[in-house]
Unconditional design. Structure first.
Length: 412
């Protein structure tokens, strides 16, 4: 028998009981659809993690000032001015694995330009802040050395701020008010979009640290040189844990914290946050993968079971085919073709459901990012055909080994 004859015979046999064939392929349909949705969600989540890393800066540590204690009432982290410029300078000088260090303070104000206004947050920064956070300048220029040293009223704005204040107008060189203080726009940051935690990373303005202290901070209780945070960029990712330990030891020494006493600062390792989220994503992917694998296994067993029933029902037909010249290989290929057609049909339907399901998740779910990979779709179809081939082999082998005379005597 030629390949066309084999396929034509298989299609004819399946059409004779199409309801049973459709139900047999249900497990494959569910398995393939689950595989596509699972991988799409997994890749989308990984893409979000990569975006998070890009937005926060790689190889990074963040030091925040500590909590206060007033009359027995503990205030939140960052409520006390426990960090200083000198702490940042000491880290830079004493820990050689550190590449960048930037102290800073932050706050919020109303921004005004002409008849437009916008409420946003500002950050007083040091030069390394832009490298630590991987900020690029899209228009104009970055803050210069003289801006930092002279406490200049220069500002770099994010894309969201630019759009809300200036629209299509050129922002470079324009004067805006932050609170009541006029500033000159010297640069616009390249857009980063939404961050890994859902925040708009482009809704920000950055000014020199000393300018923020003198013009915007407005804190009379702030010690000289105090800052709220210190960002650290480490040269190599594998040194993050070591540098974190060294920073903690150095800060305790500088702040004269006794052994066993609570730190007046906190160090956050961005890599640990990313690793935790990556681990959670892997667990979810493994769970969905297990569901998909079980569905394919159940679908394959269903195919094997139905094909064995089909062999039993068609023993006399097999005997007749052998009697007119069909060999064992012809019989085996026919039943294999039937099993593969069932699984291929289920795979095609499952692929369509999986693609539509992934697109639906992408459209209606804000918490599950989806990234559809067409290579995975092709792989899913290959898996469906392989399932039919694997689970259809035993029934096909059994059919090909029937004795023609005994098959003809069989009373079905």
């Amino acid at each position: 028998m030629t390949l066309n004859d084999t396929l034509r015979t298989a299609v004819f046999a399946l059409r004779g009981n199409w309801v049973r064939s459709a139900l047999t392929s249900l497990g494959v349909i569910i398995g393939i659809a689950a595989v596509i949705i699972m991988v799409s969600v997994g890749q989308g989540t990984q893409s979000e993690i990569n975006k998070l890393v890009s937005g926060l800066g790689s190889n990074r540590l963040d030091i925040s000032s500590g909590a206060g204690n007033q009359g027995g009432i503990r205030t939140g982290a960052g409520s006390q001015w426990t960090l200083t410029d000198d702490d940042a300078a000491a880290i830079r000088a004493q820990i050689p694995e550190v590449q960048y260090v930037a102290a800073g303070i932050r706050g919020g104000s109303q921004l005004v330009y002409a008849e437009n206004n916008w409420s946003t947050s500002w950050q007083g920064v040091q030069p390394d802040f832009f490298d630590i956070n991987n900020w690029k300048i899209a228009q104009g220029e970055n803050l210069q050395a003289q801006d930092y040293s002279s406490a200049a009223k220069s500002v770099v704005i994010g894309e969201t701020v630019r759009l809300n204040l200036f629209g299509e107008e050129d922002a470079i060189g324009q004067s805006i008010r932050i609170g009541k203080v006029p500033f000159k726009v010297v640069g616009v940051l390249a857009p980063k979009g939404q961050g890994g935690f859902g925040q708009d990373q482009d809704d920000i303005v950055m000014i020199p640290l000393e300018t923020a202290r003198r013009r915007l901070s407005g804190s009379t209780a702030r010690p000289p040189g105090a800052v709220q945070q210190i960002a650290i960029g480490v040269t190599r990712a594998e040194d993050l844990a070591y540098v974190q330990e060294e920073v903690e030891v150095l800060m305790r020494e500088r702040h004269k914290i006794a052994p066993g006493a609570e730190d007046d600062f906190s160090v956050r390792n961005i890599a640990e946050i990313v690793a935790t989220r990556t681990a959670a994503t892997k667990v979810m992917s493994y769970l969905l993968g297990a569901v998909a694998g079980i569905s394919l296994l159940v679908g394959g067993i269903g195919i094997m079971n139905i094909m064995l029933v089909s062999v039993t029902e068609r023993i006399r037909e097999i005997g007749l085919r052998m009697a007119v010249g069909a060999g064992p290989g012809d019989i085996q290929r026919q039943f294999l073709a039937e099993a593969m057609l069932i699984s291929f049909g289920g795979g095609a339907i499952g692929t369509a459901i999986g693609v539509l399901g992934a697109l639906a998740v992408s459209k209606f779910s804000q918490d599950l990012p989806v990234q559809l990979d067409w290579q995975v779709v092709v792989l899913a179809v290959v898996c469906s055909v392989s399932t039919g081939l694997f689970f259809g082999f035993y029934p096909a082998r059994k059919a090909s080994q029937l004795d023609p005379i005994e098959a003809l005597r069989h009373q079905g």
